[in-house]
Write a protein that binds this ligand. Sequence first.
Ligand code: ADP
Ligand code: MG
Length: 403
Amino acid sequence: MLKVTVGLFMTTQNLFSNLGRNKIFKNRSVLVSDFIPLSLPHRESEITRLAQILGSALSGTRPNNAFMYGLTGTGKTAVVRYVSNMLSEEAKNRGSPVGLAYVNARKDDTSYRVLTQIGKQLNLQLPFTGLSVAEVYFRIVEHIEKFRGIIIISIDEIDNLVKDASGNLLYKLTRINSDLRNSQVSLIGITNDSRVLESLDPRVKSSLGEEELVFGPYDSDQLKDILYARCTDAFFEGILEDDVIPYVAALAAKDHGDARKAVDLLRKAGEVAERTSANKVSTEHVRKALTEIEVDTALEIVTKLPLHSKLILGSITDLYQKKQTVVTGDVVAQYALLCKRIGLEVLTSRRVSEIINELDMVGVITTRILNRGRFGRTKKIVLNLEPENIWKAIKKDELLSAI
Ligand code: ADP
Ligand code: MG
C-alpha cells in the first residue's frame, strides 16, 4: 500500500508545473480584434487616400467629410484608427491645433452617448445623464469653438444612428460648422452596410459623401499576408505548422474575406493548442476552433431570440432529447404546454411554423419536409447544437430560467 503511494508521488507531475507557462503565444493580445497592428498590408492605398484627405487639417484647412464603407472585417476601423493616431502624433509634433474623436455608434448607441463620448475624447467632461441632448450639443460646440482649430470626428458603425430619432443628430453634426466661427469640424462616417447610404437623409448623405472610400473584401492571398504579418509578434517562432495560415486564410476568404474572422480563428486555434498542451498549432486545432466559434455564434443568436422563439426552440430541444424524430405538430403541442405552464398566451400554429422557419434560417435547427402519405406533409426538425448548450442559452432569459 505504502509502496504504491510513494510510487504515485514520484511519477505524478506537480499540478502547477505547467500552469501559467505559455509555450504558444508570445503575445496573445496582438490577435484580439481591437488591436491596431503597426502595418496593415493591402490597405496602403486606402491609408494614403485617407491621409491625403485629412492631411489638410495640419495646415489649418478643413478636410472634406468622408464616408467609408465595406463588409465587416475589411479593415475600415483599423485604417481610421491607424491614420488618426498618426495624424494626432504629427499634429502634436508641429503644434497644429488638430483634435480627433472616434465613436462607435454600436457601443454608444444613442445621441446622448455619442455626444458625451465625443466630448470625452475632446477632453470635455460631461455628466453621463441629466442634461438634454441639445444642452450637450451646445456645450460641445462651445468647447470646440474655444479650441480654435480643426476637429475630426469619426463615427464608426454609423448605421446604428440612422435607424432611430438620432438621424437628427447626424444632420446636426453635418451642419455644425454653421454654429462655429473659430474652429471647424470634419466628419468621417463608417459603415459595414452600404445600404445605409441610401437610407440616410439626403442632406446628410451628400454632406458625408464629399469623399467616398470603398473597402473591398480580401482574397485568400491577402489574408495570408495579413496573418503572416501578425503572427510573428503573436506566436513564438516555429509554433505554427506550415499549413495553418494558408488554411485559416482559405476559410476566411470563403467567408467574404473577413480579416476579423481570420484573426479570431488563428487566435482560437492557438488557444485550443494551448489548452490541449500541444507543442505546435496544427490545422486540426483550427478545425476545433472553428467548431467552437460556430457554437458560440449560434448560442449568441439563441440568447437574442424573442421570447416565443425561445419557447419554441425549447420545445424542440425537449422533444429532441426524448425521441428520434421531431415533427412540427408535436412542437406546436409541446410549445402550448410550455406557454400554459408559465401563463403565456400561445401564438397561432401558423406563426409557430413561421418561427420554425426562422430558426432554420439562422441555423439553429435544420428542417426537412417529410411526406407522410395520406397524413400529408410535415416537417422533420433536427437540432444543430448540443441540447445542454441550448438550454444554457435559453435559461439566461429571466422568464425562462425555471423551465
Ligand atoms: P472593419 O472595421 O472593416 O469591420 P477591422 O478594421 O475591425 O474591420 O478589421 C478586423 C480585424 O482584422 C482587426 O483585428 C484588424 O486589426 C484586422 N485587419 C483588417 N485589415 C487588416 C490588415 N490589412 N492588416 C492587418 N490586420 C488587419
Ligand atoms: Mg469596424
